[in-house]
Design a protein around this ligand. Structure first.
Ligand SMILES: Nc1ncnc2c1ncn2[C@@H]1O[C@H](COP(=O)(O)OP(=O)(O)O)[C@@H](O)[C@H]1O
Ligand SMILES: [Mg+2]
Length: 272
């Protein structure tokens, strides 16, 4: 038998494979806060690696309704697809050995130049953007910085739209072919502002022209009866779809990257 074909991320076929394929659990991912299983999915001679997070394995949270994280992960994928930026690996909702859950294409992350760093002093230096000062023990502080990278800047816009409450360094996966994927989108789309991220490097700055254009497209797609609005309504509540539409409107009205609200810890800690 020939080796199974590897499916490139972000193709219609990978969504089909993830949805239709036979799901086999290969192992449990350690350090995951919810049950996250490493799996393979196989269909008609094609095979891919994926992660499967059954709804039954979701840890209850005080600020999100129980059993809704898998749908939020799929909703994040749908918004990412609507931007055309392809920032979230193909993600579907389906049945599996432990019941309904989310299944997401596995991304082989390639270590590359650091996206995050801690530096002495108060200035980020060329090629870096400041996140904030961090306590690093013994009364010392250091400046937490992220790379001044257009892919991260797009991710920051996506996170503002989906209201990501947990964008850590470990949830950013760069690949060998120069792409960057975000993962772990269970705590998104809350109707309250919960944006908690490392990607504050552009806070308060003007959005790029490209981002404004993409947000304009999202506004259309999120209108009552719009393609994205209809799709999201299957995954999150009506109030959460309306809040998503409102966040897009606020971004377009201000023309700027959001700033921390002050009502919610703005930076996830630890940052990775
Ligand atoms: N699609 C994916 N591709 C590659 N690695 C993944 C993917 N999804 C999860 N992982 C790995 O599994 C770990 C746990 O998954 P995560 O989504 O963070 O789960 P949890 O909701 O439990 O925090 C991640 O930190 C990452 O190392
Ligand atoms: Mg995680």
């Amino acid at each position: 038998m020939s080796a199974p074909e590897r499916i490139p991320p972000r193709s219609v076929t990978s969504v089909h494979l993830l949805t239709e394929g036979e799901l086999t659990v290969r192992g449990r991912i350690r350090d995951a806060s919810n049950a996250a299983l490493f799996c393979t999915v196989a269909h008609q001679g094609q095979e891919a690696s994926c992660v499967y997070k059954p709804v039954a394995g979701e840890r209850p949270l005080w600020d999100f309704p129980d059993g809704t994280l898998a749908e939020r992960e799929v909703a994040a994928y749908e918004v990412s697809e609507a931007t055309g930026w392809g920032l979230v690996p193909p993600t579907v909702l389906r049945d599996g050995p432990y019941g309904e859950g989310m299944v997401q294409l596995w991304i082989d992350a390639a270590p590359e130049a650091e996206l995050l760093a801690l530096v002495d002093g108060e200035e980020p230096g060329p090629g870096w953007r400041a996140i904030g000062l961090a306590e690093v023990g013994e009364g010392r502080t250091a400046l937490l910085v992220h790379a001044d990278d257009e892919r991260l800047r797009r991710m920051a816009v996506l996170d503002a739209v989906i209201n990501n409450a947990d964008r850590k360094g470990g949830h950013l996966l760069p690949t060998e072919d120069g792409r960057l994927y975000g993962i772990d989108h269970g705590v998104t789309f809350n109707a309250e502002n919960k944006l908690r991220t490392l990607l504050w490097g552009w806070a308060g700055e003007a959005l790029t022209d490209e981002a404004v254009e993409v947000l304009g497209g999202l506004r259309e797609a999120l209108k009552e009866g719009g393609t994205l609005a209809v799709r999201l309504a299957e995954l999150i509540t009506t109030a959460e779809v309306a809040a998503t539409r409102a966040r897009v409107d606020v971004l377009l009205a201000s023309g700027r990257h959001p700033e921390p609200s002050g009502e919610w810890p703005a930076i996830p800690w630890p940052p990775v």
